[in-house]
Structure formats: structure tokens, C-alpha cells
Design a protein around this ligand. Structure first.
Ligand SMILES: Cc1ncc(C[n+]2csc(CCOP(=O)(O)OP(=O)(O)O)c2C)c(N)n1
Ligand SMILES: [Mg+2]
Length: 304
């Protein structure tokens, strides 16, 4: 597996690439889309910075309503958690510093805008093949990334553009990958579903298949005595796959440092979770494994 930022990326030039993959090099690098994403995200972020002071809780003095420098942190209550085989859950009280708030808001805005650009490029037929967007689920990835420590790993299904950015790629890397360019995350050969970064194991197209792979990454950590975890993400549709239960069994049996995370967006290819699942309480599915339900849209629920 090669990574977008790996030094071996420079060893192949456009001429060599064209010789091997002639059909993929006719598209222009979508520079307009890239700069549009960056510009728009910057503007929204500045607007957010000015707005944060207005939301400061009572007791925090605001010197100037229109500057954010006066407010260094704010306290929030998360939406309630639901617990499975756990006596206590994480605290509902979260304190967020101004710098962190702006950083994570920026990341969520950037992913949203990058996905909008990707959606437009798809409609213009500049993205061929698959294009699964993460619109509406940005808070999940940004919250989880905020809680991860160095060398923690993540593996997900095919909605991977946002994760690829969070794990180290640039907007340019992602959009070039989507449009089949050599400057893409994996030389334009992976496309929407197959992007990678160090400690990011993709981007996987077979529903549910990434879950046991995530358990495998966790096994490697345990085997090497490395104090890291692997986040293994899947959807509500994938939740009914047999391999999930097999992976959960092995993970519990060997006490692997893995967290299985079901991102329930309510549908699997247009079929509602209620129609496909006998139980939609996915956080209890692990049976003997503790589970936690958190709001999909509340970034603060995953905040460390
Ligand atoms: C093994 C397998 N079966 C079927 C498919 C076709 N397929 C692609 S996406 C999808 C639905 C998955 O839904 P969900 O897990 O909820 O993910 P979401 O798209 O909602 O993120 C299916 C059945 C596939 N890719 N792999
Ligand atoms: Mg789904």
C-alpha cells in the first residue's frame, strides 16, 4: 500500500504515468474547485470567530462584542448518551477552547465544502465511477479525529474523502484523486473509495469488509505492545453483515484495542434502517461488548 505523501510518489512522472494509464490523464486538475473550497472555508471560519464571543456563557466577560479574543473557552452540555453494559458514560460537560472550536469548525466546514465541490464535479462528469459523499456526517469524523492520539489508526467504508483529508491529505490530493489525476492521493488510480494515509487504511468498497481488517490492525498493535487503538467504522446497512459478528467475537476474545463504530445515517442504499434491521439499537449489537450511543450530529460527543 502506498500513501499520498510518501516520497516514492515523486519517482513516477507524468510521461511514465501516461504510458501506463493513458485513459486517466485527459482531465484538467480541478484547481478552481480546490481554491474555491479553501477560500469559502476561510471566510466561514472568520465569520465563526466573530460569532463565538456572542455565545459565551454567563460569567465570561466579553470586552468587545465583535472580537473573539476575549473569550478563551466555553462550556457546553452534550446530548445524553445511551449506555450498554456500562455503569457510567463519558461526562456530559464539555469545555472547549476558542482555538479548538475554530480548528474543528474549520475542519467540518472544509469537509462540507470539499464534498459539495466533489458533488459538482461528479455532475459535470469530471469524476467517473463512484462518488460517495460524507455530507451531514462531518461531525463524526472531526470529533473522532480530535479524540485520537498519535499513531491511532482508522479504517472506514467508501465515504472516505473527509477522513483522507483529516488524516493528512490536502483538498488538492483528494479532488485530484477523484478526477483521476497523477497528483491524486493514490496517483488517480484509487478514486472515491480507495484513498490512504499513514494510519488510515482506506476507503473500502465491500460493505462491512473493513471491520475485520480494523480488528486486524488492532491485533497488530496488541502483538507489538503498542499503546494505540484502531477505529473501525461501518454503516447501519453493514451492521447486519455476518463478518461484523465474527470480528466482534475475536476482538472480545483477544481483548483487542479496537472500537467498532456504526455511523447510522438511517439508510443503506435507500432502504431505511427500520426496514432492514430487526433492531436498530446498533450500540447493543455487540452483546457481551460494551456499547455507547452518541448523537451523530453532535461533534462534542466525541470530543476528548
Ligand atoms: C458485500 C456488499 N454487498 C452489497 C454492496 C452494495 N452496497 C453498496 S453501499 C450499500 C449500502 C450500505 O449501507 P450503509 O452500511 O448504511 O452505509 P451508508 O451508505 O449509509 O454510509 C450496499 C448494499 C457492497 N458494496 N458490498
Ligand atoms: Mg447507512
Amino acid at each position: 500500500m502506498f500513501h499520498g505523501k510518501a516520497s516514492n510518489k515523486q519517482t513516477i512522472n507524468q510521461k511514465q504515468y501516461n504510458a501506463i494509464w493513458p485513459n486517466y490523464s485527459f482531465l484538467k486538475v480541478p484547481q478552481t474547485a480546490v481554491s474555491m473550497v479553501q477560500q469559502q472555508t476561510q471566510q466561514v471560519s472568520v465569520a465563526a470567530a466573530t460569532g463565538l464571543a456572542a455565545k459565551a456563557p454567563a460569567g465570561i466577560q466579553i470586552q468587545q462584542q465583535r472580537t473573539y479574543a476575549a473569550t478563551t473557552e466555553a462550556k457546553f452540555q452534550t446530548k445524553p448518551y445511551k449506555l450498554h453494559k456500562l455503569d457510567t458514560g463519558p461526562s456530559n460537560d464539555v469545555t472547549l477552547s476558542r482555538d479548538d472550536a475554530l480548528k474543528y469548525y474549520f475542519q467540518m466546514q472544509l469537509i462540507r465544502r470539499m464534498e459539495t465541490a466533489a458533488g459538482n464535479l461528479y455532475k459535470e462528469k469530471k469524476i467517473r465511477g463512484f462518488c460517495h459523499l460524507y455530507t451531514g456526517q462531518e461531525a463524526c469524523a472531526v470529533g473522532m479525529k480530535a479524540a485520537m492520539v498519535q499513531d491511532d489508526a482508522v479504517i472506514t467504508a467508501y465515504r472516505c474523502h473527509g477522513w483522507t483529508y483529516l488524516m493528512g491529505s490536502t483538498v488538492n490530493d483528494v479532488l485530484c484523486e477523484l478526477t483521476g489525476k497523477i497528483s491524486g492521493n493514490v496517483y488517480g488510480k484509487g478514486g472515491s473509495m480507495h484513498m490512504y494515509e499513514p494510519h488510515f487504511y482506506g476507503g473500502n468498497g465491500i460493505v462491512g469488509a473493513q471491520v475485520p481488517l480494523g480488528a486486524g490492525v488492532a491485533f497488530a498493535y496488541k502483538y507489538r505492545n503498542q499503546k494505540n487503538i484502531c477505529l473501525s467504522l461501518y454503516g447501519d446497512g453493514a451492521a447486519n453483515q455476518g463478518q461484523l459478528f465474527e470480528a466482534t467475537n475475536m476482538a472480545k476474545l483477544w481483548n483487542l484495542p479496537v472500537i467498532f463504530i456504526c455511523e447510522n445515517n438511517g439508510f443503506g442504499m435507500g432502504t431505511s434502517a427500520q426496514r432492514s434491521s430487526a433492531s436498530t439499537e446498533y450500540y447493543t449489537r455487540g452483546d457481551y461488548v460494551p456499547g455507547l450511543w452518541v448523537s451523530l450530529s453532535d461533534f462534542l460527543c466525541a470530543f476528548p
